[in-house]
Write a protein that binds this ligand. Structure first.
Ligand SMILES: CC(C)(COP(=O)(O)OP(=O)(O)OC[C@H]1O[C@@H](n2cnc3c(N)ncnc32)[C@H](O)[C@@H]1OP(=O)(O)O)[C@@H](O)C(=O)NCCC(=O)NCCS
Length: 213
């Protein structure tokens, strides 16, 4: 089990990205423009009200304690490209995650799959016993992602959210339990091993064919 003490900032590495707890000084113009963008934040309950980078930094410090509430930046090198949020319910050992890829040039490149895989490894590794995703029922991109990653659809929470305009939305209720995630990871490893073995045998066939010419 990974070591983590409530309050410790997180830093999680994936193959291409680093996810780390945002500090007030990490707030920048890009982050401000994403979080205050009506379209980008539509499925996350609406835009933030921060009026400046400084105000945004203060909100991050106030809202995210790295104990039960986390806001993680997704970094490609030094470049911030998106964010993950974790609402943790420590007593229940359960958590809800949300995400936004602010830099649209990163859409369609498997970023959520890669980052959330690392996040789930971390959450279950430190002892969370349930992780939920609750996208609006109209948020096709996010829903596709949960389905592709093997989350269980447990139901639809009808009119569970209310956006800033007062409109109510249904939420899809996706969840994963540790044993389900462990099974998904085992299958992924098997598939990767089978792919590597198939690649090797293809190579061997090519070598044999070129040697026999
Ligand atoms: C949600 C978000 C992070 C997804 O990022 P992304 O890089 O586009 O995600 P992916 O490329 O991994 O997956 C998108 C999937 O939706 C599918 N998709 C997109 N538009 C679709 C449509 N209209 N109908 C059906 N499928 C659609 C894509 O084909 C892809 O599925 P595939 O990988 O099986 O082909 C990003 O779109 C975002 O930041 N949106 C704004 C914030 C947001 O909505 N957050 C979610 C709140 S819960």
């Amino acid at each position: 089990m990974a070591q983590w003490k409530a309050g410790d900032p997180l830093e999680i590495k994936t193959e291409r990205f680093t996810l780390r707890s945002l500090r007030p000084e990490d707030a920048n113009e890009d982050l401000l423009s994403w979080l205050t963008d009506d379209d980008l934040m539509y499925y996350l309950g609406g835009p933030w009200g921060s009026k400046s980078v400084e105000a945004l930094g203060k909100s991050i410090a106030k809202l995210y304690d790295n104990k039960s509430d986390f806001m993680l930046g997704v970094y490609d090198g030094d470049r911030l490209v998106g964010c993950y949020w974790i609402e943790g319910y420590l007593r229940l050992r359960s958590a809800v995650t949300h995400h936004v890829l602010g830099d649209r040039s990163y859409w369609g490149k498997g970023v959520p799959m890669e980052c959330r895989t690392a996040l789930l490894d971390w959450l279950f590794g430190v002892g969370f016993e349930r992780v939920e995703g609750r996208p609006y029922a109209t948020c096709i991109r996010a829903i596709r992602g949960y389905m592709k990653q093997g989350w269980r659809l447990e139901g639809i929470a009808r009119r569970a959210s209310r956006d800033r305009s007062g409109k109510r939305h249904d939420n899809m209720l996706f969840a994963l339990l540790p044993e389900e995630w462990a099974a998904i990871r085992r299958e992924q490893k098997k598939a990767a091993q089978a792919k590597a073995a198939a690649g090797k045998s293809e190579e061997a066939k090519k070598r044999a064919a070129s040697g026999s010419k």
